[in-house]
Design a protein around this ligand. Sequence first.
Ligand code: PGA
Length: 241
Amino acid sequence: MQIEIVKDYEALSKKAANIIASQIVLKPQGVIGLATGSTPVGTYKELIRMNKEGLISFSNITSFNLDEYYGLGADDDQSYHYFMNENLFNAIDIKKENIHIPNGKASDVGAECTRYENRIKEAGGIDLQLLGIGQNGHIGFNEPNENFEPLTHLVNLDSDTIKANARFFDSIEEVPTQAISMGVKTILSSRKILLLASGENKAEAMYKMIKGKVTPKLPASALQLHHDVVVIMDEAAASLL
Ligand code: PGA
């Protein structure tokens, strides 16, 4: 694990965008795994700037998002489809047909999970997967559990996650209670992983992810098993290390 501690969110966003941009320059037809949440928004802003300035092109990039709320359609403004369109896709030159996000409205969830895994394989696997981390140590929506869920699956969201995500909704009752998420093996199969953490509320999870033992009770600890993980965190997120 390569750990980089930077001063603040702005520095984190710039550094993360530079790593993603160099991956795109090295492999313009590559496959990038993307994340939602507050953390990557600054990184996406930087990538949009670089795209507009002609420094990078997404025209041959394929993307796979980590997860989607179960029950929300792509046009629902709380869906991760909507989030990605607003915060990245609408502002860059990626082709719509190269964007992949689990279908939160799938009537057969099992078939949707299998389809998603197969699409990742057909695309040649993920070259670089971007991750945030939950305060409870989740990656994607892999919540603390007794076992690591390997593949894309339907998840019951943790009460901590529902509380943390309520800030995006009018009330906590509106937060979906289930999601479709890549599994831990899906994530670990990526050739390179870039995890971002900002703010003091992530400090405990970061401490456990880096210094603790590998356990499904802190899903991000599984990243200790991967050979090419870059972690970028600001000083607040690193405050317990
Ligand atoms: P955040 O979410 O970026 O909004 O803090 C991260 C996550 O829950 O994985």
